[in-house]
Design a protein around this ligand. Structure first.
Ligand code: HEM
Ligand code: 2DC
Length: 469
């Protein structure tokens, strides 16, 4: 017998009281740990209401499969109201991230061809490889300046620059020059704005931005300032390419980048293109850089594994005679390492959908329209889902351990991460270059936890030592 929706365990009767408790637990920064704890208390399904947002939470891969089968033709995530409010406030168009319904689908289909289709990868790879080479040269220089053949540092600022340089070179077919000694202060400002934008978003998941705006709250003002900075820098880059394209009327042979390709294709309005390219540029910085930072941290903690990966990369280099496209097909363990990083340190704590039809999960009836969340962080650490989940083991992704609905770091289906191919390729190329050039070490006994600032971030700086090989 299927049990009714109202019997799902959890605290959902008093949103305001729950919000108060959530705030007392510093829930804004502990969301991932609170979710984990809720699964421990209530089991594999629970219902929750914090502030204005009411959801059913699940943790099992088999239940995730049911959820995604019910996502419908226009999959809808939890609406991040801070982001839509900003655009409404400034009268800017939504890009693919925030669009819904047919408007989302028609834009997404065209963007897919230019951004995520396997065919465009060969255009991206040479661009990303060049940035990878420049990054390594930059680190060598830092090591030489520092002396003793090593450099101990918090790499996050360097990684932000690497990520922004990478995504920009793909989007604009042009370099920003962030691997140079003196960088454009505007680019640095852009990076700072993205961090501020994410940080100010999380409280507004629970307190309506409309209200915060009316009372002139600081989070709202900071949020607006952050997006303003993001849009003005993206606008400058976009205008620049647009102007060039009109001057040279597009008879060049080399790949011109995603933006120019979209403009020449002429299937989306310029306003739609601008909106989505801005989102791609903003989405392409903290996500990949933090994932790379966590990966280096794990490799520093597992020196033997690091050597194994280095050997794989060396063999791949030899077999493919330096052809990067060929090399990327020969590094399964490196790819496993990235999956393993996203399992233990996912960028997104959860995946969510407003389901399009009624479903039954854990024998409870869930009506169409309900917001259902898959606790990605909790799933990655669940011993019922992953054998010895606390161990960082890239090889688990090569073995016959089931992968069914377990590798979901980029989401799933037609609404999955649009930047996925860029992100994966950029991160693989980064690791190839790093493993070929440096050994990564860390001080013993330092454990770093995650903190939630809309995306999951290291709670404190991760100090790593890089040594030239
Ligand atoms: C959406 C993760 C990098 C742009 C998403 C989603 C996840 C995600 C989980 C939601 C998917 C869903 O609901 O099924 C990640 C991770 C990254 C990463 C783990 C890197 C490690 C990037 C990059 C870009 C990007 C580099 C831009 C170049 C986007 C966009 C969406 C999205 C535009 C919204 C797509 C839509 O609504 O149609 N990402 N992302 N992401 N991501 Fe990423
Ligand atoms: C945050 O409870 C926790 O990829 C909330 O590149 C539910 C939620 C909804 C949407 C998720 C968000 C979480 C985490 C960050 C994500 C976002 C969708 C896209 C975004 C996963 C899980 C991200 C980082 C994009 C951001 C692009 C933007 C800056 C233009």
């Amino acid at each position: 017998i299927v049990r009714p929706f109202s019997e799902i365990p959890g605290l959902w009767k008093n949103g305001a009281a729950n919000l108060y408790n959530f705030w007392k637990l510093d829930g804004f920064r502990n969301l991932h740990r609170i979710m984990l704890q809720n699964f421990n208390t209530f089991g594999p399904i629970y219902r929750e209401k914090i502030g204005y947002y009411d959801s059913v939470n699940i943790i099992n891969p088999e239940d995730a499969a049911i959820l995604f089968k019910a996502e419908g033709h226009y999959p809808k995530r939890l609406k991040v109201e801070a982001w839509t409010s900003y655009r409404d406030y400034r009268n800017r168009k939504y890009g693919v991230l925030l669009k819904s319904g047919e408007d989302w689908r028609s834009n997404r289909v065209i963007l897919n061809k230019e951004v995520i289709c396997p065919k465009v990868l060969e255009n991206f790879v040479p661009l990303l490889d060049e940035v990878g080479n420049d990054f390594v040269a930059r680190i060598h220089k830092k090591i030489n300046r520092n002396g003793h053949n090593k450099w101990t540092t918090d790499l996050s600022q360097e990684l932000f620059k690497y990520a922004l340089e990478s995504v920009s070179s793909v989007l604009y077919g042009e370099r920003l020059g962030l691997m140079l000694d003196y960088i454009d202060p505007e680019a640095q400002h852009f990076i700072d704005c993205i961090t501020l934008m994410f940080k100010t978003t999380s409280p507004m998941l629970y307190i309506p931005p409309g209200l915060l705006r009316r009372i002139g709250a600081k989070v709202w003002r900071d949020h607006v300032e952050a997006w303003d900075g993001i849009f003005s820098q993206a606008d400058r880059c976009i205008q620049n390419i647009y102007r060039q394209l009109r001057q040279e009327n597009g008879n060049q042979k080399k790949y011109p980048g995603v933006l120019a390709s979209l403009l020449m294709l002429d299937k989306l309005s310029i306003e739609d293109i601008k909106a989505s390219v801005t989102e791609l540029m903003a989405g392409g910085v903290d996500t990949t850089s933090i994932t790379l930072l966590w990966t280096l941290y794990e490799l520093a903690r597992h020196p033997n594994l690091q050597e194994e990966l280095r050997a794989e990369v060396a063999a791949a280099r030899a077999e493919s005679q330096g052809d990067m496209m060929a090399m990327l097909k020969r590094i399964p363990l490196v790819k496993g390492a990235l999956k393993e990083t996203l399992r233990l340190h996912p960028v997104a704590v959860s995946l969510q959908r407003y389901i399009a039809e009624d479903i039954i999960i854990q024998n409870y009836h869930i009506p169409a329209g309900t917001l259902v969340q898959l606790g990605l962080y909790a799933m990655g650490r669940d011993p019922k889902v992953f054998f010895r989940p606390e161990q960082y083991q890239p090889s688990r992704w090569l073995r016959t351990e089931s992968h069914y609905f377990r590798s979901l770091g980029f989401g799933f289906g037609p609404r999955q991460c649009l930047g996925r191919r860029i992100a994966e390729t950029e991160m693989q190329i980064f690791l190839i270059h790093m493993l070929e050039n440096f050994r990564v070490e860390k001080q013993r006994h330092v454990e770093v936890q995650s903190t939630f600032e809309l995306i999951l971030l290291p709670e404190k700086p991760i100090m790593l030592t890089l040594k030239s090989l």
